[in-house]
Write a protein that binds this ligand. Sequence first.
Ligand SMILES: Cc1cc2nc3c(=O)[nH]c(=O)nc-3n(C[C@H](O)[C@H](O)[C@H](O)COP(=O)(O)OP(=O)(O)OC[C@H]3O[C@@H](n4cnc5c(N)ncnc54)[C@H](O)[C@@H]3O)c2cc1C
Length: 542
Amino acid sequence: MSKRYDYIVVGAGSGGCAVAARLSEDRSMRVLLIEAGGSNRKLEVKAPLAFAKQFHTKLDWDYWTEPESSLNGRRIFSPRGKMLGGCSSMNAMIYIRGNRLDYDTWAANGAEGWSYDDVLPYFTRAERNEHIHDEYHGSAGPLNVTRIRDIDPVSSALVDAAANALHVPVNDDFNGSSQDGVGQFQVTQRRGIRFSAREAYLRSRRRNLTIRTNTLVRKIVLDDGRATGVEVTDRKGNVERISAAREVILAAGAFNTPALLQHSGIGPADHLRSVGVAPIVDLPAVGEHLMEHPLVYLTYELREGQIGLFDAEDARHLKNWLLRRRGKLASNVAEAGGHVRTDSSLAAPNFQVLFAPAFFYNHGAMAWDVPAATIAMSYIAPHSRGRVRIRSSDPTRKPTVTYNMLATDSEMEEMVEAVELARRVAAASPAHKVLGAEITPGVEVQSRADIAAWIRSSVEHTYHPSCSARIGSPADGVVDPQLRVHGVANLRIADASVMPTIIRGNTNATAIMIGERCADFVRADRAAPPTTVGRVSEVGAR
Ligand SMILES: Cc1cc2nc3c(=O)[nH]c(=O)nc-3n(C[C@H](O)[C@H](O)[C@H](O)COP(=O)(O)OP(=O)(O)OC[C@H]3O[C@@H](n4cnc5c(N)ncnc54)[C@H](O)[C@@H]3O)c2cc1C
């Protein structure tokens, strides 16, 4: 072992930046933050509109699922940020925390200390909201939250149409007393530029916080049931071991965190043996229970007089953004939307609707040659679960990912109803004044069976993989409510993989909240007096 730190945090994404920064507030603690990717100082990271230009580049882990059995065997592209800030440097910047019911359900099902009232102080501690100053928001935290300044008239028309067609309120704060309704999204930006977890937590350098980029963690080093460090490959390909005197904290995201555990011998023992990894802790839930939000895109041509973001790459818009940080390049594409129910008897919204004044289809990989808009429906209360499993003992190979998306009939029923609901919005006033012909699914797709077939052939996801190393008992979970990995001392997880079930919303704010909480759990354990670890026994029984 070459170097010693008190804490090693693996992964500088949403959760990892938060936990590393908070732990290093105590200047006597030496913290090492290790990131496989490099800098996030790139135009396609900073300019909000450009986020999809990162896909399939070196900023992206570029995951693809295994063939999905309910989706005609399609393999689904799943980008993941590989740079400082992780996915918060790649995402669409929507700031949503989910629904109160999500957290209260976590707590009711055994995640003690994770009710909405428990987590709210951590959301507000992390937040610096430029506009809203009430008991639901923070104004002194590191994460800047604002609204885009130049919302497109198409987005505003779709908000009004949704309120009219669906009889839901216009809501200017989905993170306040109610998540229901439609309106403009809050975003993690500052003055027209993306504000990732790196900008939030790593801007001021601390002598006791070391950040190593372009360094891949291969596995956790275990010694007699304890995590004592990590094994890494540096940018030159050298393999090195680094030790942690106190704890190792995994924050490598919902795909790579369970993969790292499995490479370290922590996971379903039979599977580990089958790929040549010696099991050390048989923990069957590692990599199981993966959840994601299925998403479909309804797209429409715009009527004459509307242009949306179609001309955003014109030089004058680039100039406007470069000089004034305003205009179309500051758009996060999904500028507005909200939370709705396909069945009014549901206890909470089951869909997030997203309005974009642009043609956004197949992850932005396709273009339409006249101005267009998108109404996307994200299924925020799904049931299906997938899994993440390493495919070999080689830590440089990506694991297999299977979402098992829309595996139940009831989920497909709700998706079909969501498509019908989106069409009601498109037909309502004032949307019908800005939207022209439907591009996808297209007017010929009308029966429920045809809509379901279209969904199977085109559904994607909302980029929110979660729950693959969830809080739960050793039988069906990976970590306890203080985020300690079962069966291994000095090892925690602080990223989206610990969510017991996926929240009804976008997952960046929650991953950051988890990082904030993890730091407090670590600090509380450090402050606690040492407890005995031995047990009494009869001398003769030894
Ligand atoms: C295209 C896209 C759009 C999205 N839009 C939104 C949105 O608008 N709003 C929202 O709230 N959420 C959005 N999300 C989701 C949200 O950003 C993520 O859920 C959140 O950032 C996940 O945080 P995390 O800490 O779990 O993981 P990540 O942020 O993914 O961090 C994991 C980090 O670990 C690093 N890492 C992984 N393996 C290793 C290893 N072996 N060694 C060293 N480092 C490693 C990775 O490179 C990465 O930096 C989006 C995501 C994407 C990809």
